[in-house]
Write a protein that binds this ligand. Structure first.
Ligand code: GNR
Ligand code: NI
Length: 181
């Protein structure tokens, strides 16, 4: 098990599209376990492989209070969705920002589990929100992309201020500085 580092906005690698997993083998199970450990340590209620710089269609979730109900979705697909509902979201890759986002409130999703078995799940509420948030990550999309242009500009300004503070007074102008290894 290992704790992986989480990419933060505006890192361009968060915009990469994840590729389907061809086979759920030992390496994928290791990735799932490492992602769960990283998510619990953060702490967060979900994590997509894109956030730990792995371009594979893998996401993990645990919305339980006791943090004892891990879910893993490999090659997830939304089969059906209905209703619209607004709820407040945050993201480990956009630290300190919480904004209301409108999404489907009921979804049916199909995926492979950690054993490589196909399953279907119908869900609503926070779990449905989270699954949609994580699938967005796999497409290179962030929750702030759902906001109005005005709200998005406010988020950008707030993040810039935060980065300046974290960098000790030096504003980050080139977005590549955080993207290069
Ligand atoms: O920890 C997280 N909390 C959260 C709250 C509301 C809606 C979505 C989320 S997901 C987030 C973890 C994360 O960034 N996953 O990609
Ligand atoms: Ni996120």
């Amino acid at each position: 098990m290992a704790i992986l580092s989480i990419l933060e906005f505006p890192d361009e690698r968060l915009r990469k599209k994840a590729l389907p997993v061809a086979e759920v083998d030992a390496a994928i199970r290791q990735l799932v376990d490492d992602m769960l450990e990283t998510m619990y340590a953060a702490p967060g209620i979900g994590l997509a492989a894109t956030q730990v710089n792995v371009q594979k269609r893998v996401l993990v979730l645990d919305i339980s209070d006791q943090k004892n109900a891990p879910y893993c979705f490999i090659n997830p697909e939304i089969l059906e969705e209905s209703g619209r509902e607004q709820s407040e979201e945050g993201c480990l890759s956009v630290p300190g920002i919480f904004e209301k986002v409108t999404r489907s409130n009921k979804i049916t999703v199909r995926a492979l589990n950690r054993e490589g078995e196909l399953f279907e799940m119908e869900t609503e509420g926070l779990l449905a929100v989270c699954i949609q948030h994580e699938i967005d990550h796999l497409e290179g999309k962030l929750f702030v992309d759902h906001l109005s242009p005005l709200k998005r500009q406010m988020v950008r300004n707030k993040l810039k201020k935060g980065q300046r503070t974290r960098a000790g007074g030096h504003g980050q102008t080139g977005s590549r500085s955080s993207a290069s290894l």
